[in-house]
Design a protein around this ligand. Structure first.
Ligand SMILES: Cc1cc2nc3c(=O)[nH]c(=O)nc-3n(C[C@H](O)[C@H](O)[C@H](O)COP(=O)(O)OP(=O)(O)OC[C@H]3O[C@@H](n4cnc5c(N)ncnc54)[C@H](O)[C@@H]3O)c2cc1C
Length: 452
């Protein structure tokens, strides 16, 4: 009887709420503990669960993108993030961006009103003790990339076989600034989505002349930065590099990454912008914009001074400045089994970003995955092995074969190669569509065969 079984989940972030919801919907009792109302971490601003702490984008919905595929699989498994994400969507081209406050509030309402979920405001320091007190069959740790010392110590000491190698890894990400929309000078800015022929669009663009770009890069290089603590090694995630790190790599690096002008040339302009920064709406009202890809380690006064020199930003006021943060995750092949239970104690599962995936959607997907695996255990069935051609299967495959400390988001590079892939740049779209179709076929077949 599933109703007699209980699962304790620590951390009501994107992963924790997905695991809780999936299990509760299947008839399992869940105790979900969340500490933020008592003590927020440096990135949190809301009191409600499932907070998107930086960008408000859950990335692409497009069919031929790996993120679009992952979202389809999550929807098929009844994802709470997808359901509420679509209900609280704000315009962002092909991406699923949400009103972060509404998103988090709605998820909390659903969790709190579920008859089989008990949401406890509690900072758990001794997970095993609480597991005993609650009489839980399984424990899920979904405490996120900013997990505190008690949890990281617990994972390192209880779940890690020290003799097998190095301790838990960590590295840095950085938060992108958010600007007050009312303080921008729109005469210097224009709306356009990348590669869209038509005028207008969801993104507001900040065009730089060559001279403006050159000065901007010089300013960034010379600016004061916040440096990490002596005991912390600086390891950045390659697809989320701070702009100051990118500027240091070369004068044109920014122009080839987050300030890439390609596909953003305004129709009637005779002179093309040399570089373009994109701004994405933060909420439905459009009262704030996220500086896309502008995560940075610059000190707050330096950010204000330098960003106010950007076109249209003369009087800009910032709601949030960029900042640096720690990201804790485990070396999955050493610590976890492929169902994400700990090798040392299989009644404990890890879910979300601490498993070694990167991103809101990927973290939530790992919450669903763990929910499915626990359900199988409770039903006395074999664990699930999702085909690596599927998005969730590819993420698990990546985690279990990870050779270095490099968390991954969901992209086509982690999927098995197509045996007869069409070659050449012009065939890229076709190739992605083939990967997508292969994944959908494998996913549907898997579900039919296994009955999930
Ligand atoms: C600063 C920052 C910016 C990021 N920006 C982006 C971005 O722009 N886009 C993107 O896709 N990804 C981003 N990420 C990466 C990542 O995908 C998110 O952190 C994501 O929220 C991870 O989901 P999660 O459920 O694993 O953890 P979280 O969402 O962090 O949830 C963990 C929860 O556990 C709670 N908790 C922790 N310890 C305890 C305890 N002992 N007892 C009880 N509760 C506890 C926390 O309060 C938190 O609510 C960012 C990460 C950070 C840290």
């Amino acid at each position: 009887m599933l109703g007699d079984r209980k699962v304790l989940i620590i951390g009501a972030g994107l992963a924790g709420v997905e695991t809780a919801y999936l299990l509760a919907e299947a008839g399992v009792k869940v105790i979900l503990c969340e500490s933020k109302k008592l003590k927020r971490n440096e990135a949190q601003k809301l009191d409600t669960v499932a907070e998107l702490v930086c960008s408000n984008s859950l990335k692409s919905l497009k069919e031929e993108s790996a993120h679009g595929l992952l979202k389809k699989e999550m929807e098929d498994f009844g994802s709470l993030m997808m359901r509420v994400g679509l209900e609280t969507q704000v315009p962002a081209g092909d991406a699923l961006a949400v009103d972060r406050v509404l998103f988090s509030q709605k998820i909390e309402e659903i969790i709190k009103s579920h008859p089989l979920i008990e949401l406890k405001e509690l900072e758990v320091e001794k997970p095993l003790d609480l597991m005993k007190v609650e009489g839980a069959d399984f424990l899920v740790l979904s405490t996120g990339p900013m997990s505190g010392k008690s949890i990281t110590d617990f994972i390192c000491q209880e779940l890690w076989d020290q003799e097998k190698g190095q301790d838990a890894f960590f590295f840095y990400d950085a938060i992108a600034p958010i600007v007050d929309a009312e303080t921008l000078n729109y005469e210097r800015l224009y709306y356009k989505d990348r590669h869209q022929e038509k005028e207008g669009g969801d993104y507001l663009n900040v065009p730089f002349t060559r001279e403006e770009y050159d000065h901007f890069v010089e300013d960034i290089l010379a600016a004061k930065k916040v440096h990490s603590h002596d005991f912390e090694e600086e390891k950045f995630f390659e697809s989320c590099l701070p702009i100051d790190v990118m500027a240091k790599r070369g004068h044109h690096t920014l122009r080839y990454s987050c300030m890439k002008p390609i596909g953003l040339f305004p129709v009637n302009w005779t002179e093309k912008p040399y570089a373009v920064l994109q701004l994405r709406k933060e909420n439905l009202l459009g009262s704030a914009f996220n500086l896309v890809g502008f995560q940075t380690r610059l000190t707050y006064p330096e950010q204000k001074r330098i960003f106010q020199k950007m076109p249209g930003f003369e009087n800009a006021e910032f709601i949030t400045y960029g900042s640096v943060h720690r990201n804790f995750f485990v070396n999955a092949p050493l610590v976890l089994r492929s169902d994400l239970a700990a090798q040392k104690n299989d009644s404990i599962y890890l879910a979300g970003q601490i498993t070694g995936v990167e991103g809101y959607t990927e973290s939530a997907a790992m919450g669903i995955y763990v929910g499915l695996q626990i359900l199988r255990r409770l039903q006395k069935k074999e664990s699930l092995t999702l085909p690596p051609e599927t998005a969730m299967g590819a993420l698990i495959n990546y985690l279990m074969t990870m050779e270095r400390a490099a968390p991954s988001n969901c992209h086509w590079g982690i999927f098995p190669q197509l045996p007869n892939a069409p070659r050449g740049r012009k065939k890229r779209k076709e190739k992605k569509q083939m990967l997508f179709d292969r994944a959908r076929e494998a996913f549907i077949k898997f579900r039919e065969e296994v009955g999930v």
